[in-house]
Design a protein around this ligand. Sequence first.
Ligand code: USQ
Length: 392
Amino acid sequence: MRVFIAGVDGYLGWALAQRLAARGHRVGGADALLRRAWVAQMGSVSAVPIAPPAERLAAFTEHFGAAMPFYPLDLRDHDALGRALAAFAPDAVVHLAECPSAPYSMIDFWHAESVQSNNVTGTLSLLFAMRDHCPQAHLLKLGTMGEYGTPDVDIPEGFFEVEYRGRRDRLPFPRQAGSWYHWSKVFDSQNVAFACDLWGLRATDVMQGVVYGTWCPADPRLSSRLDYDEAFGTSVNRFCCQTVINRPITPYGNGTQRRGLLSLADSMQCLTLALENPPEPGEYRVFNQLRDVLSVRHLAELVHRAALECGLTARIEPVDNPRSEAEQHHYNPETARLRALGFTPSAPIGEELRQMIRDLLPHADRIASHADRLDPTVRWRPRRPGGQATDQ
Ligand code: USQ
């Protein structure tokens, strides 16, 4: 299969390119290197050092025996995107080229606007470009479990049966996102579904949970980034980085809020399964992609235990929740579709956490050099009416 990965330089994209190439697929990629710029803007670095793009591509060619055609473009550059798709002629397009950070989108108007413009306009540009240059290709679009919010009923995979005033229909399950970022993903989902209906495109919209884990092959040029700053680090990755530099693990609030999670390795397995089992032309399908549902406090305890098992001295210190989110809620998402395709979870979470800590330990000084970036400063609600949504 010829797979075009938009966002190939990112946390998921760089690992996915390698997994697909190892399975014999031909991979091409686009990236505007915005993730590198956003993390630098937050004053932080990837805990795991990452090679510059040219070195990454050279390593990719050496290890997988074929060069990856690389297009250094922003998806909003519609003409350049069209030329890239026409040249590469993909069977599938994986869309990972979005700003993934809820906290970043909550800083102020400018950040909310840039996240929504990047994500919503980029996706729209991709949909039109696929219509014009590769209408048969399968679009694998990364959404988020956060689109659904935390409703007081179980969460189906995208759609549910409704009976209202004596009539029944299968309708999109309500979206109740909790950040400007998560809303951008909701808008994307609607646009992707509409494009499938309108033009007969085929798409899988992946509602993914929180991903954690390192990707550190023997050749460090193939390593994927691992962020830990308050905006681009996800909770588990941040907790592991905290233990490595002997800082307290910071569950927000009372830590009873629950999330779906999966390791980076499991995410790669699921995305590959979706690609290798494409939908029919015109079909818009939704997969909930997660493995475990755990509370933040439980996660903190698991990281604490893993750190002790790695010989570290760890401690948990809850901090005031800077977000506006339900901490006590029902959470029971369905996850049948990927399992039906053969998803078999890899290592148990404790093992993944120990491996992540072992991968991070050699980089402790690097993490420590930006330790202040771990502290949450972005607030979902300003402390004072009219104030900035950040402590800075
Ligand atoms: N949290 C803590 N302590 C921290 C950081 C986070 O307790 O130091 C808590 C948050 O309050 C939240 C939970 O952990 O309740 C998850 O936060 P997160 O930062 O791990 O994840 P989130 O902001 O929701 O976003 C991440 C990715 C995003 C993806 C999403 C999947 O950055 O791209 O869409 O996970 S989901 O959460 O299912 O929507």
